[in-house]
Design a protein around this ligand. Structure first.
Ligand code: ATP
Ligand code: MG
Length: 138
């Protein structure tokens, strides 16, 4: 079993897609081990997306991510990191496969509904950042 870190981003929460996305998550075989609705500060969004600091969209992205509440989650499944990335689809919803969350719920390359860790190291870091010290229930 593997755990990954996932976010339902502010655009999807604002559009009332939270319930439908959670249903997809559970129907796709993930177990939600932790979940919280919270609004990131700009500083938290900047820290979270620090790898993108030099990109031209960094300011816009961090404003967007702190623009309203999001849902942060720990998801568990076999190969959870890769499987969650597959369920999300390509970063740009216009390029995402049908039956992916970003195709269904994303509005643009920036407002793309969900986040998922991209490697075991980032999953461990992001889970620790958002759920410090948590004992994930079994
Ligand atoms: P995430 O890290 O959110 O799971 P990702 O790994 O598919 O997405 P990244 O390249 O890490 O994509 O980009 C992080 C986020 O930055 C994207 O999800 C999207 O919200 C935003 N983003 C990426 N590329 C662009 C772009 N060209 N213009 C605007 N926003 C972008
Ligand atoms: Mg990424």
């Amino acid at each position: 079993m593997e755990r990954t870190f996932a976010i339902i981003k502010p655009d999807a929460v604002q559009s009332r897609y939270t319930g439908r996305i959670l249903q997809c998550i559970e129907e796709s075989g993930f177990t939600i081990r932790a979940m919280q609705m919270r609004r990131l500060s700009v500083t938290e969004a900047e820290g979270f997306y620090d790898v993108h600091r030099a990109r031209p969209f960094f300011g816009s992205l961090t404003q967007f991510m702190s623009s309203g509440p999001c849902v942060v989650m720990a998801l568990e499944a076999e190969h959870a990191i890769a499987r969650w990335r597959m369920l999300m689809g390509a970063t740009d919803p216009a390029k995402a496969d049908v039956a992916t969350l970003r195709k269904e719920f994303g509005a643009s390359i920036e407002h793309n509904a969900t986040h998922g860790s991209d490697a075991p190291e980032t999953a461990a870091y992001e889970l620790g950042y958002f759920f410090p010290g948590i004992e994930f229930s079994k």
